[in-house]
Design a protein around this ligand. Structure first.
Ligand code: C5P
Length: 211
């Protein structure tokens, strides 16, 4: 049976993760959060005390990084890791490393109906031929409010205006970078996630039923 692939792209704190988790449960699809992979690399770079201002040192680390694995843990969500992840995500060699991992992940995990994968370039670069491509749209202020709440819930100190500034900066980095910038992927459906979660998933479930 053909495995279906649903991609979810969108800017920082747009709610992609929550939407992907919902789709994963509702439709029995395996969830892969590509942001986690960039965050794990950022975490390891920090742990190994690698100079994040040296492309050469980051490159050296990436070519030796044979142990990239998909693990989620609380520390990955800190603002420090968010900043490093978005900084290293501009490099082509980092993106290739993460993209290879994602394609292998799909090849290896075939015991389910398919996959729901979220990130910034999934429908535009990594899985261009996906069965359904979604692009999540939420205004900056709503995203900052959600991110602020998430950090407070995680026990991190947080200032709303700082978060809004950080989100604008990450958007700029993601949209203007040379390799795989954040775009609305060709053939994707724009999902408005400014209203309730129920409203969002209703829009999505209608589209999934068609595939
Ligand atoms: O989605 P999340 O905020 O966890 O992603 C962390 C960082 O990784 C983002 O700020 C973004 O710069 C980068 N990223 C990316 N491409 C992806 C997923 C994440 O560039 N597909």
């Amino acid at each position: 049976m053909k495995k279906i692939i649903i991609t979810i792209d969108g800017p920082a704190a747009s709610g992609k993760g929550r939407i992907a988790e919902y789709i994963s449960k509702r439709w029995n699809l395996k969830h892969l959060d590509s942001g986690i992979l960039y965050r794990i690399i950022a975490y390891n770079i920090l742990k190994k005390d690698i100079n994040i201002d040296s492309i050469k040192d980051i490159h050296k680390f990436i070519i030796s990084d044979t142990k990239l694995s998909y693990r989620k843990f609380k520390k990955l969500r800190s603002e420090q890791i968010s900043k490093i992840a978005s900084k290293i995500a501009v490099f082509k060699f980092v993106r290739n490393h993460v993209n290879n991992f994602q394609r292998e992940f799909v090849k290896k995990n075939l015991k389910n109906n398919g996959f729901v994968i979220d990130g910034r370039d999934i429908g535009s670069v990594v899985f261009k031929n996906a069965d359904l491509k979604l692009y999540i749209d939420v205004n900056e202020k709503n995203r900052a409010k959600r991110r602020y709440k998430q950090l407070i819930d995680n026990g991190e100190k947080s200032i709303y205006h700082e978060i809004l500034k950080e989100i604008k900066l990450r958007d700029k980095k993601d949209k203007l970078r040379k390799y795989s910038p954040l775009v609305k992927p060709y053939g994707s459906h724009m999902i408005n996630n400014n209203k309730s979660f129920e409203n969002t998933i209703n829009q999505i479930n209608k589209l999934i039923k068609k595939i």
